[in-house]
Design a protein around this ligand. Structure first.
Ligand code: ADE
Length: 249
């Protein structure tokens, strides 16, 4: 059974888009995952198939109607237990742990908005999670859905070869990844850090860990303080069970 992406959108032509190429495209062609779009317009009302209406309480923009979204949800065939996700800048931030949860399930149902948003009642009544891919506003949820799908598909079994292994990458242990270098060893007057040429694997691992910690502390204070908290808890737990906890940064 392949992992199934079901997308409710006013722009079905936007899918699979870039996910039809490269690793994701190969996996799509090979049946590892499937991408089914469903045009919200099919459930629009009247001669113009309107999917939206003006907001109660006034204000700018239009709101996608609850009954239109509900009719679309009833028309699709998504796997049992697939989470329903509405892409919106008002959502909870998407994290690698969410991506990993989605990838481990049977698939996802993605609702892509345009205009001001979607009537809140259908989101509540139909158990639709609200997810944001970052603190900026896109012109619609479709590009956000592509980002979410890319992050999920690369984790599906068989999609990444050993070369692209996701074992050691940013966020996998709560830190950003250390920097990378390749040949030539000297370029434009800049030398590769000497330790990387030493062949001393323990020294290399220690250098990379220190770099990951420094970069995270500098670029992402939010991830850094969460990592420090986790380390403190782990050390306390190790202390309680009589092991020696790690010390130093
Ligand atoms: N739709 C518009 N902007 C978005 C964002 N930042 N994340 C998810 N969906 C969106």
């Amino acid at each position: 059974m392949s992992w199934q992406a079901t997308i409710l959108t006013l722009f079905p032509e936007m899918f699979p888009g870039p996910l039809g190429l490269s690793l994701a495209g190969k996996a799509l062609g090979g049946g590892v995952w499937s991408c089914q779009t469903h045009d919200l317009r099919q459930h629009g009302l009247g001669r113009h198939r309107a999917v939206d209406d003006t907001p109660f309480g006034g204000g700018a923009g239009m709101v996608i109607r609850a009954d239109v979204v509900d009719a679309a949800l009833s028309a699709i065939q998504a796997p049992e237990g697939a989470p329903r996700v509405f892409l919106t800048p008002r959502g909870r931030p998407l994290r690698q742990q969410d991506v990993s949860r989605y990838a481990q399930g049977p698939g996802v149902v993605l609702l892509c908005g345009r205009f001001e948003g979607v009537d809140e009642r259908v989101l509540e009544a139909r158990g639709i999670e609200q997810v944001s891919i970052g603190d900026y506003v896109l012109s619609g949820g479709e590009t956000a859905a592509l980002v979410l799908l890319d992050a999920c598909v690369r984790l599906l079994p068989g999609v990444m070869g050993s070369d692209e292994s996701g074992v050691e990458e940013s966020f996998s242990d709560g830190l950003l990844e250390y920097p990378h270098y390749t040949r030539p060893a000297s370029w434009d007057g800049r030398d590769v850090p000497e330790v990387l040429l030493s062949g001393n694997h323990a020294a290399i691992a220690a250098w990379r860990q220190k770099q990951a910690e420094e970069i995270t502390r500098e670029r992402r204070p939010d991830l850094w303080s969460a990592w420090l908290d986790r380390r403190e808890r782990n050390e306390a737990a190790a202390g309680r069970s009589g092991q020696s906890g790690r010390t130093g940064v």
